[in-house]
Design a protein around this ligand. Structure first.
Ligand SMILES: CC(C)(COP(=O)(O)OP(=O)(O)OC[C@H]1O[C@@H](n2cnc3c(N)ncnc32)[C@H](O)[C@@H]1OP(=O)(O)O)[C@@H](O)C(=O)NCCC(=O)NCCS
Length: 222
């Protein structure tokens, strides 16, 4: 990809006529990845989103080929209660960043960050936003951390596979204070998943740090 290829991309909201190429890009993007890393979606999933269950934005190259997409879903996944898991008000307006793919030849250009920024901007200004990302898919959760999401829980979802739940409010980004030295923050990568689960359940939150990600204890931000 040439240095200015990013600036030549055309961004737009995708519609029902884009269904098949979104699905084709999804299948190409997740090739070689298991359900423990990324949830394989069905054609019907994208169809429902394009039919009013949410919105899908996409970036096309100058030839019109779809090279990236991101899904903003209205409401949580059916049968799940992120409001209870995350302590949100019972009447919270919930929207989910429900998946994205970047074509292999466009990776490493922070396109996913752009997909996240654009979906946050598209969300209702008072919405509570969440996303899931597998611990084994750091490209996915690091981008979310970089765009103001915090790791809030570790749960088994999607046919019993492990996912971080990341959340933030819509609207202008509330920059979390960088964890200060000595505030008890722990490097995420140095902790077992069981230990991460225990701390997140006690209210610790995952935030970006120069060294990657740190878990910050509740007393550091309450
Ligand atoms: C996850 C995904 C959306 C990231 O997209 P992206 O726009 O390439 O993201 P970034 O540019 O921030 O790159 C993420 C990391 O991947 C690395 N990377 C992966 N493939 C790369 C490639 N072909 N070229 C360069 N870098 C690559 C980058 O170096 C970067 O690592 P770093 O943060 O340590 O620098 C993309 O890899 C993808 O489509 N994966 C398959 C589907 C998926 O996992 N979706 C997310 C969950 S729903």
């Amino acid at each position: 990809m040439s240095p200015d290829a990013f600036s030549l991309l055309c961004w737009r909201r995708l519609g029902p006529a884009d269904r098949d190429r979104i699905f084709a890009l999804h299948l190409r993007a997740i090739q070689g990845m298991g359900p423990d890393q990324v949830r394989p979606e069905s054609l019907e999933f994208f169809e429902a989103l394009l039919d009013g269950a949410g919105r899908i934005i996409g970036a096309c190259d100058p030839d019109g080929a779809l090279v990236a997409y991101g899904v903003l879903q209205d409401g949580p996944d059916p049968g799940t209660r992120p409001d209870l898991w995350l302590g949100w008000p019972f009447d919270a307006r919930i929207q989910k960043l429900a998946g994205s793919s970047v074509a292999a030849e466009y990776r490493g250009q922070r396109l996913q960050r752009e997909l996240i920024r654009r979906r946050v901007a598209l969300a209702d200004p008072d919405a509570y936003l969440y996303a899931t990302a597998a611990p084994s898919n750091p490209a996915s959760w690091r981008s979310l951390l970089g765009e103001g999401f915090e790791i809030r829980r570790l749960r088994r979802v999607y046919q019993d596979t492990l996912r971080y739940l990341l959340a933030r409010r819509a609207g202008p980004r509330a920059e979390p204070a960088a964890p200060a030295a000595g505030d008890g923050a722990l490097r995420l990568e140095g902790l077992s998943l069981d230990e991460q689960d225990r701390l997140l359940s006690c209210g610790w939150r995952g935030r970006p740090a120069p060294s990657g990600c740190v878990l910050v204890p509740p007393e550091a931000f309450e």
